[in-house]
Design a protein around this ligand. Structure first.
Ligand code: ITT
Length: 193
C-alpha cells in the first residue's frame, strides 16, 4: 500500500520511513511534485495535523497523513508547543533552543514531553494517532544526532539526550514512533478488511 506523508521536514520523513520499514510505501511531497509550504495556523497539534492533511487532500485528492509535533515544557505552561518550529520567530533551531534555555534559567522544574499527533485522511474519513514521551530539559545542548530540540531533551529512564542516541534507539521509544506504530497497525487492519 502507498500512502503520502504530508511533510516538508526531511528528519520526520526519515524517522517515519525507518519506523514503518517495508510495511507500507511512504510517498513524499517531492515524489508528487508539491513544493510549497503547507499552512498550519491552529492552536493545537491536532488542529494543525488535520489542517495539513486536509490541505493535501484538497490539493491532490489523495489519501495522506500529516504529523504535527513539538516540545511541551511544564514550567513554560506547555511552550514552545505548537510554536516549536518557530519559537524564536524563525526556523533557526540554534535560536529556538537558545530561547528555551534562556527561559528555563534558574527553573528547577525541568519536566517536559515531546508530543506527536498524526492526522490520517483515508477514504474521506479523518483519524488521529498520538504519541508522547516524558523527559527533562537539561541546561545546555548535548549530542549531535537527531534534529530540533533533541540535544536538550533526556527521556525519563535514560541518562542521555535524544541527540546522543542512534536513530534506531530514538525510533524505538520516541513520541513519533508511538504514534506511527498506531497508524501502521490501523492501516494494516483496514487493509485486511
Ligand atoms: P511539517 O509541518 O512540514 O511536517 P515542521 O518542521 O514545520 O514540518 P511541525 O510544525 O510539526 O513540523 O514542527 C515541529 C517542530 O518541533 C520541529 O520543527 C522541531 O523543531 C520540533 N520537533 C518535532 N519533533 C521533534 C523530535 O522528534 N525531536 C526534536 N524536535 C522535534
Amino acid at each position: 500500500m502507498k500512502i503520502l506523508f504530508a511533510t516538508n521536514n526531511l528528519h520526520k520523513l526519515e524517522e517515519v520511513q525507518a519506523i514503518i520499514g517495508n510495511q507500507f510505501d511512504i510517498q513524499t511531497l517531492e515524489e508528487v511534485g508539491l513544493y510549497e509550504d503547507i499552512p498550519e495556523t491552529g492552536d493545537t497539534f491536532e488542529a494543525n495535523a488535520k489542517q495539513k492533511s486536509d490541505y493535501l487532500v484538497d490539493k491532490l485528492n489523495m489519501d495522506c497523513f500529516a504529523d504535527d509535533s513539538g516540545l511541551e515544557i511544564d514550567a513554560l505552561h506547555g511552550e514552545p508547543g505548537v510554536y516549536s518550529a518557530r519559537y524564536s520567530g524563525s526556523r533557526d533551531m540554534e535560536k529556538n533552543i537558545e530561547l528555551v534555555l534562556q527561559k528555563m534559567e534558574g527553573i528547577t522544574d525541568r519536566s517536559a514531553r515531546f508530543r506527536t499527533v498524526i492526522s490520517l485522511q483515508l477514504d474521506a474519513q479523518n483519524y488521529f494517532f498520538e504519541g508522547a514521551i516524558e523527559g527533562t530539559i537539561i541546561n545546555s545542548k548535548v549530542g549531535t544526532k537527531g534534529f530540533g530540540y533533541d540535544p536538550i531533551f533526556i527521556p525519563n529512564g535514560y541518562d542521555k539526550t535524544f541527540a546522543e542516541m542512534s536513530a534506531d534507539e530514538k525510533n524505538s521509544i520516541s513520541h513519533r514512533a508511538i504514534a506511527v506504530k498506531k497508524l501502521a497497525e490501523f492501516l494494516s487492519e483496514t487493509k485486511k478488511s
